[in-house]
Design a protein around this ligand. Structure first.
Ligand SMILES: Cc1cc2nc3c(=O)[nH]c(=O)nc-3n(C[C@H](O)[C@H](O)[C@H](O)COP(=O)(O)OP(=O)(O)OC[C@H]3O[C@@H](n4cnc5c(N)ncnc54)[C@H](O)[C@@H]3O)c2cc1C
Length: 382
């Protein structure tokens, strides 16, 4: 039978990385995949699963192997469950990654050990109620220096893990010089509140929140010294967009797997669904989208390993692969018939989750405009 990795991109991994990926894939499929369905349906944050992921080192995967290995591992986490993948990925790329890239040695010593084991949970707070796509220019949360402390005021929206995080990395504009800076805000600081956003139809396990900062005071020691201007955030977003590409690959791995099994198990007109040409056409398109996506991400991993990944490359990968993923999930959902609208059968769960992938980390349109600007030299944002 055709393997999911049709062109065998994993063959480029070392023998030990291949063995580690196989072991992780088996555990994620056996433990995380079935255990995530209930919490997804109930909109619950499964602390037991987070603890198990932490024990296995998923809180800090950044040094765990080659770029391709880390990418394929993120794809396998996403294949098992997209919400937990979002939690793990944002934590790695935008929380641990941000402290490592922009924090002080003292901040790294203070936070990275706990974050790496998920005994400390973090959140990345950039988006605001009035500024989503235009956050770079519009960011309205303020920071005012007062002696050795900073006073943070404003609001953030959509913040992943916002209600469970012990520390929130908040981007705010310095009132004195107008420059965007970032601060560590512990969840027990007076004036900080987090309110869960209810009734999400995608990534339901990931607890997104509205955050309010009502004159929250933090010491100067909580300012990330490397976070100076939006360019610093953009460098993080470049890598995290590439990670969303891997997430979308994982969604397609799951969809192709489920669609093929269903096509072989379910019989209509006296034959398995997979015996009909129109059903095979859907499966062939899904395999094609997955293979294109995996091939593109393999090359993105190579540019990352060489330290050459650019924002237009990351934006092109994120927008193209999420578009193909949406297409495949639509085919896969259709192929399951009525069962395709039941989250118990997983396809509907993934179908809903990939809508978020299309929107977060820069919407499809914003990433398209980044590519368009690079292609023409003309900015069409505003
Ligand atoms: C589940 C989820 C998790 C998230 N997690 C986080 C997180 O952890 N931290 C964080 O900081 N943020 C997070 N976000 C926020 C996310 O990054 C934003 O939702 C995203 O940037 C879009 O902003 P918006 O929702 O305000 O949409 P808007 O900016 O209001 O956009 C609405 C629509 O208009 C389109 N649009 C906007 N401007 C243009 C233009 N110039 N040309 C063409 N079309 C345009 C957009 O593409 C979109 O289709 C999350 C969002 C979701 C849904």
């Amino acid at each position: 039978m055709l393997p999911l990795d049709v062109l065998d991109v994993a063959a480029a991994l070392s023998a030990s990385e291949q063995a580690r990926l196989a072991e992780a894939t088996a555990w994620l499929q056996e433990r995380i995949r079935p255990a995530s369905v209930g919490p997804w349906q109930r909109d619950e944050f499964p602390r037991d699963l987070i603890a198990e992921l932490g024990e296995r080192g998923y809180g800090n995967l950044r040094q765990s192997g080659s770029e391709l290995f880390i990418g394929l591992l993120h794809a396998q986490i996403a294949r098992a469950d997209l919400s937990l993948s979002a939690f793990v990925g944002i934590h790695n790329e935008l929380v641990v990654g941000m402290i490592e890239a922009l924090g002080s040695p003292e901040q790294r010593d203070r936070l990275i050990p706990g974050l790496s084991r998920f005994t400390t949970l973090g959140a990345f707070a950039l988006t605001e109620p009035e500024h989503g796509s235009d956050i770079a220019g519009g960011l309205a949360t303020t920071a005012r220096r007062d002696g050795d402390t900073w006073v943070i005021s404003g609001a953030k929206r959509w913040i992943g893990a916002g209600t469970v995080a012990d520390v929130v990395l908040v981007w705010a504009r310095d009132e004195a010089d107008g420059v965007i800076k970032a601060f560590i805000v512990e969840a027990d600081r007076p004036g900080f509140t987090a309110t869960r956003i209810e009734h999400k139809v995608g990534l339901r396990i990931m607890q997104n929140a509205d955050l309010a900062f009502d004159d929250v005071r933090v010491p100067e020691a909580n300012r990330l010294p490397g976070a100076h201007g939006f360019a610093a955030a953009n460098r993080l977003l470049c890598d995290s967009r590439a990670w969303v590409g891997w997430q979308a690959v994982g969604a397609q791995l799951a969809a192709v797997d489920i669609a093929r099994s269903h096509a072989l198990d379910r019989r209509q007109f006296g034959r398995p669904l997979g015996a009909f040409q129109l059903v095979q056409a859907s499966l062939a398109e899904m395999f094609g989208n997955l293979t294109l996506s995996l091939g593109m991400m393999t090359q993105i991993a190579r540019t990352q390993a060489e330290g050459r990944l650019t924002m237009p490359q990351a934006a092109l990968a994120k927008s193209t692969i999420t578009r193909l993923t949406r297409e495949s999930l639509s085919l896969g959902r259709n192929l399951l018939g009525g069962n395709g609208i039941l989250s118990d059968h997983e396809m509907a769960k993934i179908f809903a989750d990939v809508e978020v992938l299309h929107t977060y980390e820069g919407t499809y349109e914003i990433n398209t405009l980044i590519v368009g600007r690079a292609a023409t030299g003309i900015s069409a944002f505003a």
